[in-house]
Design a protein around this ligand. Structure first.
Ligand SMILES: NC(=O)c1ccc[n+]([C@@H]2O[C@H](COP(=O)([O-])OP(=O)(O)OC[C@H]3O[C@@H](n4cnc5c(N)ncnc54)[C@H](O)[C@@H]3O)[C@@H](O)[C@H]2O)c1
Length: 261
């Protein structure tokens, strides 16, 4: 039997990048998957290709920072699969700005998705998991930026530190219902997110050409290279499966040795 056989796993931000890597790995490990994303067409294409390969899969359009969308997501999953066993709160974004150019809009838009979105998803899925009485697993995507501040993206760092705090708070609240809550903290992962970051930094004159920012950021990685989504997939599968049942409230760093805490 596969490690995640028959588990119902929801991944927010699952249409591309890190989330897509998690979707593909948990599907390969036997899970049924729900891809929740703003990018519905991309999410649906991924769900369709998995379905064709025999994996029970569906896509739901959802903005994680909107409670009505998250409620609709939970209802849709329960209508199709009957329950939610595992929730990956992975959706997030960054809009870097030099420290003194950060304004209220930049700060609140990042915080709203990365921090409030995780809170709302944990509340709505947590209520569902409690009602099911089957326990469950919630896994949040934090970041090295939640452990260490970087001048070019202060609001993002604050939002990821919030993800760590929210993970700990939820772990305390939900333990009595046999729901564990943990976080993964990646370092630099080569995903479409970096294409946007590089473009923004070129526009701001911080770097001159594509690749410069990720390269300088990656120069302190002990293992000598940035990650690819599959480097995070094993941890994701472990936290979604039975071997992590006695772990809660933890942040698992998976950054090639970039930030040592
Ligand atoms: N790439 C990295 O180096 C890195 C490092 C540490 C942490 N992270 C975190 O990993 C997660 C995934 O990042 P990625 O690199 O795969 O980024 P990405 O931009 O490639 O993918 C993010 C996905 O999230 C979706 N999304 C964004 N806002 C959303 C919202 N409000 N509601 C629903 N979906 C939304 C996007 O449509 C996209 O499909 C994020 O939380 C990010 O902060 C990334």
């Amino acid at each position: 039997m596969k490690a995640l056989q028959d588990r119902i796993v929801v991944v927010t931000g699952g249409a591309q990048g890190l989330g897509e890597g998690i979707v593909r790995r948990v599907a390969a490990d036997g899970a049924s998957v729900v891809i929740a994303d703003l990018r519905y067409e991309q999410a649906n294409a991924l769900a369709s290709s998995l379905s064709e390969a025999g994996v029970p899969a569906m896509a739901v359009k959802a903005d994680v920072s909107k409670r009505e969308d998250v409620r609709h997501l939970v209802e849709s999953v329960v209508a199709k699969f009957g329950r939610i066993d595992v929730m990956f709160n992975n959706a997030g974004f960054n809009k870097p700005l030099p420290f003194f150019e950060v304004d209220e809009d930049n700060f609140t838009s990042i915080y709203r998705v990365n921090a409030l979105g995780v809170m709302v998803c944990m509340q709505e899925v947590g209520k569902q998991m409690i009602a099911q009485k089957t326990g469950g697993k919630i896994i949040n995507t934090a970041s090295i930026a939640g452990r260490q501040g970087y001048a070019e993206f202060a609001p993002y760092c604050a939002s990821k530190a919030a993800v760590i705090s929210l993970t700990q708070a939820a772990a305390r609240e939900l333990a009595r219902h046999k729901v564990t809550v943990n976080a993964i903290a990646p370092g630099v992962v080569v995903t479409p997110l970096w294409e946007g970051l590089e473009k923004d930094m070129i526009d701001k004159g911080v770097i001159k050409e594509r690749g410069e920012f990720i390269e300088s950021f990656s120069s302190n990685i002990l293992l000598g290279r940035p990650a690819h989504p599959k480097d995070l997939a094993g941890i994701a599968s472990f936290l979604a499966g039975p071997d992590s049942d006695y772990i809660t409230g933890q942040v698992i760093m998976c950054d090639g040795g970039m930030v040592l805490v």
